[in-house]
Design a protein around this ligand. Sequence first.
Ligand code: ADP
Ligand code: MG
Length: 182
Amino acid sequence: RRGWIEVVCGSMFSGKTEELIRRLNRAKIARQRVEIFKPALDTRYHDHNVVSHNANSIRSTPVPIAQEMLLLAGACDVVGVDEAQFFDESLVEVCTQLANRGTRVIVAGLDMDFMGKPFGPMPTLMAIAEFVTKVHAVCVCCGELATYSFRIAASDDKILLGETDSYEARCRACFLEGMKEK
Ligand code: ADP
Ligand code: MG
């Protein structure tokens, strides 16, 4: 059995979770053993589900630290990780170990934070992955492809869980415009 790492990245509302669910469902159809993890701090929606903005969902296991996946993913062929940006750098080592022992690892997460800076372990994961897919949202201001998550809520915390009330998908130009007005 060969292992490898796939990364699905992009802004909020770009369809990362949708794409992750699509890949995992196909693995299930191929009768592979699949497990999905997410950081325990991501408590939007249902606790034990990975849910996309168009309400697709799949059962998942919340883990407080990335290392727990090594134990829980024991017999899996495919491991999915959603909201990977919220894990610390140790996620890189965990994904590497899983892939080295023959697991297909699919990691979905935000490539940039609300300031437009690389987010947590994502840039390193993108460097070491065999496959990287960047998905795009639609800019809510102009309809172009959006690559940024613009924060409309007033908060400077790096982590602010929220939805359409706190963030907008924006293209480069409309993101820059919004940052100027802040
Ligand atoms: P992500 O995990 O990247 O945040 P999801 O997979 O949860 O994205 O949601 C993608 C879905 O969000 C799209 O299929 C669409 O129905 C919805 N959506 C809402 N706002 C937007 C937007 N600005 N651009 C694209 N899709 C959007
Ligand atoms: Mg998502």
